[in-house]
Write a protein that binds this ligand. Sequence first.
Ligand code: PMP
Length: 417
Amino acid sequence: MMQRTLFRRGALLAQKAAVEVSLLPMSAPLQPRLDRAMSSVTIPPPKCMLRPLEVPFRYLFGPGPSNVPPRVLAAGGRGIIGHLHPEMYEIMNDIKKGIQYAFQTQNNMTIAMSGSGHAAMECAVFNTVELGESVLVAVNGIWGERVAEIAERMGANVHIMVKAPGGVFSNGEIEKALAKHKPVLFFLTHGESSAGLAHPVDGIGDLCRKHNTLFLVDTVASLGASPIFMDQQNIDILYTGSQKALNAPPGTAPISFNERACQKMFNRKTKPVSYLFDMAHLSNYWGNDGQPARLYHHTGPVSGFFSLRESLAILAEKGLEESWRHHKEVAGYLWKGLEDMGLKLFIQNKDLRLPSVTTIAIPEGYNWREMLQYIMKHHNMEMTGGLGPSTGMVKQMGWLDNQCREESTLLLSRLSH
Ligand code: PMP
């Protein structure tokens, strides 16, 4: 009896305490408030940190990040496990298989970088190039410029082939430059988002083999939206980002190296300039080096990997061909709608347009910054201007899987009013 009364009193006290705590504003951490009177810190907690996080809803029609579907968001919100737990290794193994499917490759040396697309770019260059070696970069938008700078910073001997934004390099031009500069690495962007171009890739891998060059391709803006076949097209190194047509949050970047690339990067005379991006360590972390144990190298982005796994699972369920077909079909509606509104598309040849990022030539007499600000303010939609050499020339509209629907074209038709 006595025990029951005590229990009831205890329960009542606990209930009262819970009510008191629940009456405090959610954002005010209890302990710092209690401690403040005897505080030894001279910098007070910033006021903004005592307010709840606010994130507005936005229609993300820019070239990434894209709106993330609830299933992928939910995966990222799962409880954290250790980055070296066996269950995490299983999830990483699944990710590796998902990337192999998305890239159409059987490469063992396939991983996801802890970092954005730039991490994959740097990883590719840092691991396959040594100081003073020749690198050839095709520049027809910002991404070639970026890779040229990365290679230059690490001390490579960089040669660039330059075209205006959206320009296409013929295989003949590429072969001539390969023969002249004898690079160890040739870089090309498949989906040049700053210009809205899907650059043809066929035949270039064979030319690179003939000239003993590794072929590096950027598919950050195109993977899942525009066909790419890593093995069949003899691409030696391929990378992408999580936040575009894969519809995962930014922060992870799939990359794959074939045997030729592994031969070069694992027979270096010097260590790569970056410890974090050293593939000798990363291949062990991803269980690719045949060693019995995976050792600590860095703490991978556990939640980011959960989300990436889920987005790759969605792609596998849908099927690559369906994903390519769907992007092309809905991009076709967008292109027609824009042209019907009297706008000019920047890439005139339909076959060379990137289905995931459409570029509109800025109409004469319009200020592109003001246009973008107007669309954001009145329609809550993000679109962006050009980047690097295409700045001021184009307006970029992302059509990245989750947004790539017929309803989106209806939503966008608001802009014509
Ligand atoms: N390459 C291309 C083609 C891109 O579109 C982007 C991102 N816009 C990047 C590389 C860089 O990716 P991140 O911003 O994730 O570093």
